[in-house]
Design a protein around this ligand. Structure first.
Ligand code: GDD
Length: 421
């Protein structure tokens, strides 16, 4: 049997994701019509013999998460559980803490997936690869290529090209190590619990005499505490992918992920893509429209648009490269480009809401999405996707450009490069 662990983190971490994470845990944010981790669960559930999917995080159990779990269990006919850390235990601390639950039923292997990545995850291929590594192999890391400069924002892997063994691992290095980066997707053998146990004990002993101010002694970081020392011991391997993969750290990254997941639907779920037809809105490229949404036939949507549950789209509306969240209302003739419109927000007639994407440079091979900070060196907001928080009223005939609007605002006029709090 196999299991999958999804690291969902907890509140406060997704600050670059505000204001969207104010209403909903980031792993539940809808991308291409479905929550971020729905895509992980769907991929995992397709691997034969997958017995259970365990979400580990430090969110308080809450209604949205509980509902989500019930739904995916039904849909994918697989056991899904949430195990809550009492505090942030790091990327491996929770795995060690819940080892009995993970090892229950003696799984042969288990996948570990960061929740804040998206992609066309080659899980079956990783499984085949891992099975053919020497006995006693702890872990196979999914790796991909990045540019020299961007690689340093990730875990970097130097390998033996003949055997794929990881020879050197550095987490977010200061200087260049390798263009092969860690995708945050692993396949582990249960023997990984040996080094986990050793590190756990070592941390406890080293910190035994420290006062209560020391950071939590039970924290274990998969990257620094496990991968770094395991490199070049013959027990850690890297499997390369050239398929779509990206992090989801910022609002801009959500628009990018949305576009790529919609594109994948062409191969995997044609039924999820809207089609043109009599009495239907005009659709350009890849568009997802929830079955409960009401879209006027004169609206033009796409490419790369997701329209959520109960959304209303009026006469002559134009939407491109955007996500419209549940319950939003787009009044007649408004125009939405490179933006996210929050839950139950309204955009008035003839208004224009527009953002600026910062897509990877198409001329640079292996370039990833830039993780720009929100402000430049002069403290000015960098142009980015426009995000309208939940329950916001955008009046008619205004322009909202490269801005971020926090929930429950009633805007009075145009805004450009602003954060409206
Ligand atoms: N349960 C739990 N507990 N999850 C956590 C915790 C924790 O204490 N801390 C982080 N996570 C989850 C996050 O929600 C996220 O999904 C994932 O673990 C990794 O989060 P970060 O710690 O923010 O690391 P990162 O994203 O900067 O870098 C990691 O991912 C990159 C790929 O996206 C590293 O593994 C890099 O090496 C890697 O390149």
């Amino acid at each position: 049997a196999l299991k999958t662990i999804i690291l969902i983190g907890g509140p406060m971490k997704g600050t670059r994701f505000r204001p969207l994470s104010l209403d909903l845990p980031k792993p539940l944010f809808p991308v291409a019509g479905f929550p971020v981790i729905y895509h992980h669960i769907e991929a995992a559930s397709k691997v034969p013999n997958m017995k259970e999917i365990i979400l580990i995080g430090f969110y308080q159990a809450q209604e949205d998460l509980t509902k989500f779990i019930i739904n995916v269990q039904h849909e994918f006919k697989i056991q899904v559980r949430y195990l809550q850390e009492y505090t942030s235990l790091g990327t491996a601390g929770g795995i060690y803490h819940f080892r009995d639950q993970i090892l229950m039923g003696n799984p042969e292997y288990f996948f570990v997936m960061n929740s804040d990545v998206c992609g066309d995850f080659p899980l079956l291929e990783m499984l085949e690869f891992h099975k053919h590594r020497p006995a006693g192999t702890f872990c196979t890391i999914l790796g991909t290529e990045a540019t020299r400069q961007q690689s340093m924002n990730y875990g970097c892997i130097a390998e033996n090209k003949d055997t794929s063994e990881v020879l050197h691992y550095v987490e977010k290095p200061e200087t260049f190590i390798s263009t092969t980066i860690n995708c945050g997707i692993y396949l582990c053998s249960p023997c990984l619990f040996d080094p986990l146990k050793r590190i756990f004990k070592q941390n406890l002993e080293e910190n035994y005499n420290f006062d209560y101010n020391t950071p939590n002694k039970e924290v274990i970081r998969m990257e620094q505490d496990i991968f770094v020392p395991l490199a070049s011991t013959g027990k850690l391997y890297v499997f390369h992918t050239t398929r779509f993969w990206s992090q989801i750290k910022s609002a801009g990254a959500v628009i990018y992920a949305n576009r790529h997941y919609l594109e994948l639907y062409r191969d995997t779920h044609l039924d999820r893509l809207a089609k043109n037809g009599e009495g239907k809105p005009k659709v350009i490229g890849d568009v997802f429209i929830h079955s409960s949404a009401q879209v006027h036939p004169t609206a033009v949507l796409g490419p790369n648009v997701s329209i959520g549950k109960n959304v209303m789209v009026g006469d002559g509306v134009r939407v491109r490269d955007s996500i419209i969240l549940e319950g939003a209302i787009l009044q007649d003739h408004c125009c939405i480009l490179n933006s996210i419109i929050g839950w139950n927000s309204t955009v008035g007639m003839w208004s224009r809401v527009e953002g600026t994407p910062n897509d990877p440079n198409p001329n640079k091979p292996f370039a990833k999405l830039e993780t720009l900070s929100m402000f430049d060196e002069h403290g000015k907001l960098n142009p980015s996707i426009t995000v309208i928080g939940s329950n916001v009223q955008v009046p008619p005939e205004v322009i909202i450009l490269n801005s971020m609007v926090l929930p429950h605002k009633e805007l009075s006029g145009c805004c450009k490069n602003q954060i409206i709090m």
